[in-house]
Design a protein around this ligand. Structure first.
Ligand code: FES
Length: 417
């Protein structure tokens, strides 16, 4: 395992970054020289570039292990780069379990890895994983003796959970309430098209997108099938609510909540990356291919030169092409039951008798539609299992209407009735 920490500006580029094609080279160069600021990572200064997430800054500095898993304390590193896998959680400014991939750097932000005794790179509790190759049944641990069991329970409690309580009571950030005629959740291709369609009809929709730091975390409607939004019983969230309707979208924007009442909502949440099942598939250095492409395009950051890509369905060749486009040399491998990741972070993939050296393993599994908000209001969903996606999708008609009168869905989150 190597975890180089950059101590100066020059060391922030472990691998030669390639241009993403979105920025002029002079722009990138000046950003590196003039905008260099640092975050505090476990007492050391790590530089970051303007617009870097904490994940990007740590990876740029060579940090691959971000925390340890509960129970077996296996090393963890980011996977999806999109806020959906919880693999990158770190302690930020004394607050536990926050997603490094969704948190922007700012000068002197304090970042610590969690869930380890010693360091996440050399966690004493990692011995549990080695010592229990066939699993650890913590329910029946040393039950033959009361004293022994009490001790075992204390150890089990130390092994469990994620992070520790915040350094101080967290301040309660003021909530905010808003109203919008139309809300679009997701600003990918489908969401942007929906916004253009709305604009053509003279409607200015409110767009909520995780890339702007706004995460839609809850959809609430006491009577989802009710077509008229102006009902009695308005939800009084975050200090009163707008009082205009009873449908509410809850959005977390950095450290505060927004409660948005609306008349119509369009889901354009797309799909989320999924892992694939093979031995040691949870090691740091195994990343969702889509996340790697995004990292290269948005942060001008590649995590090595040679990627081994394990693909599934149409997603395999699609993501292999995208990775090549951003500069990786890609070797494609089909999913089989004789694969094993080697190293932590990984440096090779064992395929039966053959070992393929690599800088990282990219996973291109069929993604799953991000249908959860629709499910919160009981919209009809259906299992879709085809070449391109695998998971529950929101059922819509030809016009994109769901089973809920005020809810539509567009793009890859939905399937036709
Ligand atoms: S939640 Fe951050 S990498 Fe998946």
């Amino acid at each position: 395992m190597t975890e180089a920490l950059a101590s100066n500006a020059g060391a922030c580029r472990l691998f030669t970054p390639r241009r993403s094609g979105h920025e002029h080279p002079d722009e990138l160069a000046s950003r590196r020289v003039t905008d260099l600021q640092t975050i505090n990572f476990e007492g050391k200064s790590i530089p970051f570039l303007a617009g870097d997430t904490i994940s990007a800054a740590l990876l740029r500095a060579g940090v691959r292990i971000f925390s340890r898993s509960p129970k077996y304390h296996r090393p963890r590193g980011p996977f999806c780069f999109a806020g959906s896998c919880a693999q990158c959680y770190v302690r930020i400014d004394g607050k536990p379990s926050l997603p490094a991939c969704m948190t922007l750097c700012h000068e002197s932000i304090r970042v610590e890895r969690q869930n380890a005794i010693g360091s996440a790179g050399h966690d004493l509790l990692g011995i549990i994983d080695v010592a229990t190759p066939h699993g650890l049944d913590h329910h029946h641990l040393m039950t033959w003796n009361r004293l022994a069991n009490t001790t075992a329970s204390a150890v089990a409690r130390r092994l469990a959970g994620l992070g520790t309580l915040p350094d101080a009571a967290m301040e309660v950030a003021a909530g905010e309430t808003r109203h919008a005629e139309v809300v679009i959740v997701g600003a990918g291709e489908a969401g942007r098209k929906a916004a253009r369609d709305m604009a053509a009809r003279g409607i200015d929709p409110l767009i909520i997108d995780s890339n702007d730091g706004a995460i839609a975390i809850g959809l609430y409607a006491p009577n989802p099938l009710q077509p008229n939004p102006f009902q009695t019983n308005p939800l009084p969230p975050c200090g009163g609510g707008s009082g205009r309707g009873d449908r509410t979208l809850l959005v977390r924007r950095h450290n505060h909540l927004e409660s948005i009442s609306f008349e119509n909502l369009i889901l354009a949440t797309g799909t989320t990356s999924q892992p694939l099942a093979f031995e040691d598939n949870d090691r740091p250095g195994i990343y969702a291919a889509r996340g790697l492409v995004d990292l290269a395009r948005r942060h001008d950051l590649r995590l090595g030169e040679h990627a081994v890509l394990i693909g599934e369905g149409a997603e395999g060749p699609r993501q292999a092409a995208a990775l090549r486009e951003v500069g990786y040399a890609v070797e494609e491998v089909a999913l089989s039951d004789n694969l094993r990741a080697i190293g932590s972070p990984v440096h090779a993939l064992q395929i039966g008798e053959r070992k393929v050296d690599c800088d990282l393993i990219a996973i291109a599994a069929r993604p799953a539609p991000a249908y959860e908000l629709a499910a919160q209001v009981d919209a009809e969903v259906a299992l879709v299992d085809n070449e391109s996606v695998c998971g529950f999708a929101v059922v819509v008609d030809d016009e994109g209407r769901t089973s809920i009168p005020w809810l539509s869905a567009v793009g890859s989150v939905c399937t036709k009735r």
